[in-house]
Write a protein that binds this ligand. Structure first.
Ligand code: ME8
Length: 526
């Protein structure tokens, strides 16, 4: 199956902060997951480089906008590299292929009779890159950016958004409609439906005086409104104009991911533009919550911005990915703080996952010279253990195997529902369960009293951790590979996740663990 997933393209006015990292890591986890289950994935991210906001930032930096955005786009690429983001495409809206696609796309809207010339008068917030209505202002200021919007009166081109109101309502509410699309979570969907039911006004799609933008194909004297320009990235990046085969393969997108601030553009404006251009609608649009830092909105003025590089320096790339996605449910707002992330790092990763690997590798070395025992033969009837003991052992083994299977099922469920915190809880839960197995089977006692049972226990532990390293891979790619390498198993020993890699009993014979354990997640001082 093809699977096309996108993040927003972020404004190239400043370096990325962890808000941008949050969406991008979530998309990366899904992209990696879909690759592991065998899908043909295209994962797209990029930078939004035109418009008044970028022009202003460039001016303030004393640079021309192209040189300025070249620099910021590199900062984004570097940040995503540090966080092990595995995107297949990085689109810049100043690239020739994107500019060409915008021209072709807008010409189609024009040819469909959906573009007309008119006069726009209103208030424009450069921070938001959109017009604000009077009732959105608080004491005359944009409530998000705390500054007055710019009064604005120009002759512009308009897109007949109003024409698509009924089609969008049908598409959103009727799964049998040919233009069906989903908006999630349900609270966000209701918000969108509410707006659609109130009615849509046509929107201005060009600027007469702003030069930092893409000229309209039917009137090069005006530039394309930055949001219209930006939305088209989702098709330009997969070859809408210059690579029809790739375009056919991946469009429509399976998932557009973003936070709720930009849902209106994605759930209403973009689908209407696609209908007008005669293209299929994305299957699903998901708007996650915002996070605050230590209870406050993250903002430059408050000085509480956390940069992805700071997180990576403190926790490493893998743990940063895991921690950001486990702090609170994806669809809601929530708070992150370095203190709570440090506590979770120590509890989940250093103590549970890391310690489990450490003690397993150490025990296999100490008791079996590094060779993972083959699964023990069924205990002979006349062994000197009592029946009750044997049943008790079987129950513990069954329980561990059941927990591994449950974690696998939960991973599939949680990632299908975009419940990243539940998916990370499944990883941690399996590590906790395996640590408990060590405590209740006490291999250090078995080493003296029952070698056969010791072999079964160590085998089961390594098999559980093999599955754990698979499950953790979308979140903790390098750590999982390191885990698998210390265990002596390659990831994907039985093919991909649909081909049995997650099934119990795949541990290769004659597996040897590393000669000595190396700490996966060194404990941090709080
Ligand atoms: O809106 N919590 O770009 P942008 C969670 N260029 N997510 C956050 C966040 C936070 N505190 N802060 C930012 C734009 N994000 C346009 C998009 S798409 C065609 C054009 C994430 O740089 C979240 O994904 O302002 C949000 O939607 C996005 O960054 C906004 O990025």
């Amino acid at each position: 199956m093809h699977y096309f997933i996108t993040t927003p393209i972020y404004y190239a006015n400043d370096a990325p902060h962890i808000g941008h990292a949050y969406t991008t890591i979530a998309a990366d986890v899904l992209a990696r997951y879909h690759r592991r289950v065998g899908d043909d994935v295209f994962f797209l991210t990029g930078t939004d480089e035109h418009g008044a906001k970028i022009a202003e930032a460039a001016r303030q930096a004393g640079m021309d906008p192209q040189t300025f955005t070249d620099r910021i786009a590199e900062e984004y690429r570097a940040a995503w590299g540090r966080l092990e983001i595995s995107h297949d495409g990085f689109i810049r809206t100043t690239s020739p292929r994107h500019k060409d696609a915008v021209g072709v796309f807008l010409q189609r809207l024009y040819d469909a009779g959906d573009v007309y010339r008119g006069r726009y008068e209103g208030f424009y917030c450069v921070g938001c890159e959109r017009f604000l209505t009077e009732d959105e202002l608080v004491s005359g200021l944009c409530p998000l950016h705390n500054r007055p919007p710019v009064p604005y009166a120009e002759d512009n081109y308009f897109f007949r958004l109003s024409r698509y109101q009924d089609a969008l309502i049908r598409g959103l509410t009727n799964p049998a409609d040919p233009n069906h699309y989903e908006v999630d979570p349900p609270a966000r969907r209701n918000e969108v439906l509410g707006k659609l039911n109130v009615g849509l006004s046509d929107i201005s799609i060009s600027r007469a005086t702003l030069t930092w933008g893409i000229p309209l194909p039917f009137d090069p004297g005006q530039t394309t409104y930055v949001w219209v320009d930006a939305l088209i990235n989702y098709v330009s990046a997969i070859g809408y104009v210059d690579d029809p085969a790739t375009f056919q393969r991946y469009w429509p997108a399976n998932l557009h991911l973003m936070a709720k601030d930009i849902l209106w553009f994605h759930a209403i404006v973009w689908p209407a533009m696609l209908l007008s251009a005669g293209l299929a609608l994305p299957r699903r649009i998901y708007a996650h919550g915002f996070f605050t830092i230590g209870g406050q909105k993250m903002s430059k003025t408050l000085g509480n911005i956390i940069l992805p590089a700071e997180l990576v320096e403190r926790f490493g790339a893998d743990a940063s990915r895991y921690l950001l996605l486990s702090e609170f449910p994806f669809g809601t707002d929530g708070d992150v703080s370095l203190e709570s992330m440090t506590a979770r790092y120590n509890a989940d990763l250093a103590n549970d996952v890391g310690n489990l690997l450490n003690r397993t590798v150490a025990m296999v070395n100490r008791y079996c010279q590094g060779a993972v025992p083959e699964p023990g033969p069924a205990a002979p009837k006349d062994d000197d253990r009592k029946d009750d003991d044997r049943k008790d052992d079987d129950r513990k083994d069954e329980d561990l195997r059941g927990s591994a299977q449950q974690a696998v099922a939960e991973m599939h469920r949680a990632l299908g529902a975009l419940e990243f915190h539940a998916a990370t809880a499944a990883i941690r839960g399996l590590a906790t369960r395996a640590n408990k197995y060590v405590d209740e089977t006490a291999p250090w006692v078995l080493a003296r009293s029952d070698r056969a049972r010791l072999g079964t226990v160590l085998h089961n532990l390594v098999e559980t951790e093999r599955i754990l390293s698979e499950l953790a891979w979308p979140f903790l790619p390098s750590a999982s590979e390191e885990m698998a390498s210390q265990l002596g198993v390659p990831l994907g020993v039985a093919g991909d996740w649909s081909g049995g890699a997650l099934a119990w009993g795949q541990l290769p014979v004659r597996t040897r663990v590393a000669a000595s354990p190396r700490p996966l997640f060194p404990k941090l001082l709080t």
